[in-house]
Design a binder for this molecule. Structure first.
Ligand code: G3I
Length: 317
């Protein structure tokens, strides 16, 4: 009743899809990474059976991508040398090709958007263009060109109706926003990108909804689709009062999103929550439970739910 689309939280990431044993089984796979959908199939089947669509998350990311994917001979030795740029580009192309072709031929039309590149900007790394470098083998081997190449290959192998996204967090922070906009503009000029994914992992006080709104307006000026891809609102203090505050803030956010869309300021085509119920949120830490989502552990609607659907009984403060 509540959703028409979902995202696999981990199952379509490289560390879930890459098939190590097959990759090392024959030297012919050295430039053609082999994938398996054994961890993801139950979700793809579920979506198909229930008539839901999926966002694909994510093809090219510095995290949850094993180091052996980047080493000579797919070696798991921690000191193994990294491959050349030329070979890594071939691995990238074939990885993207193998993933997209499998899903498109087995589940046609099911995955309508892909986060082609995730989290490639890191202001703290202080590189030109604010590209993430320290943790990223993609950047270290290929340089900033990896972004354009990822989108080029995704465009080449994606079915024409599949939309290609750049996805990131803290997207309302001004320096990061400007870096993302500069980078995305270049992709847009080559018609390689269709949308920007704003993760929206927000706190119960910050960032302000006004800052979120003004960033969405700026991104939307690029003429791309906007999707809120990983929404949650961290809350560790669980009282009636804080739950109501969270509900108000969700309501304010959704009123803003609705306004921006209806007035034509932003082509917002999706909002996805990063999890269904509080008990399974990534924000839970040992001894510090978190309550960021719309449903509690019994799948009962929290005040946040009524806020998100902008129910009149939820006050705005
Ligand atoms: O599956 C293993 C399990 O076998 C093992 O026993 C256990 C022990 O730690 O780990 C399990 O894997 C964990 C995996 O989630 C599945 O639960 C990993 O350790 C853990 O690191 C991983 O965390 C995920 C995180 O990305 C890692 O980057 C979260 O579930 C996932 O929600 C989170 O999602 C990211 C988005 O992809 C990108 N944006 C930020 C967002 C939140 O961090």
């Amino acid at each position: 009743e509540q959703f028409n689309s979902f995202t696999a939280g981990n199952e379509l990431k490289p560390d879930s899809l890459l098939d190590y044993n097959k990759c090392i089984s024959d030297p012919k796979y050295d430039d053609n990474p082999q994938v398996t959908f054994r961890n993801a199939e139950y979700l793809l089947d579920f979506a198909q059976e229930e008539g839901l669509s999926m966002r694909g998350h994510t093809l090219v990311w510095h995290s949850q991508t094993p180091r052996w994917f980047f080493t000579e001979g797919y070696s798991r030795d921690e000191n193994a040398p990294l491959v050349s740029k030329e070979l890594m580009l071939k691995r990238m192309e074939n990885y993207i090709k193998n993933v997209l072709e499998y899903i498109q031929s087995n589940y046609p039309g099911l995955v309508y958007a892909w986060d082609v590149v995730n989290e490639a900007i890191e202001v703290g790394d202080d590189m030109p263009g604010y590209y993430r470098s320290n943790e990223s083998y993609w950047y270290q081997i290929i340089g900033e060109e990896f972004l354009e190449k990822a989108f080029e290959y995704a465009r080449k192998y994606a079915d024409p109706e599949v939309r290609l996204f750049y996805n990131d967090y803290n997207t309302e922070q001004v320096t990061k926003m400007n870096a993302i906009i500069d980078m995305v503009e270049k992709l847009k000029a080559k018609d390689l990108i269709d949308g920007i994914g704003l993760q929206c992992h927000i706190g119960h006080n910050s960032p302000s909804i006004t800052d979120i709104e003004s960033s969405i307006r700026k991104y939307a000026e690029l003429g791309l689709e906007i999707q809120v891809t990983e929404l949650d609102m961290s809350l560790t203090d669980y009282t009636e009062e804080t739950l109501m505050k969270q509900a108000s803030r969700y309501k304010r956010l959704f009123l803003t999103l609705k306004y921006l869309k209806e007035k034509g300021f932003a082509n917002i085509t999706n909002v996805t929550f990063w999890g269904l119920s509080d008990d399974i949120s990534w924000l839970n830490k040992p001894g510090i439970p978190n309550y960021p989502l719309l449903f509690d552990q019994y799948l009962v609607q929290k005040p946040a739910f009524w806020g998100a659907i902008m129910h009149p009984d939820i006050p705005l403060n």
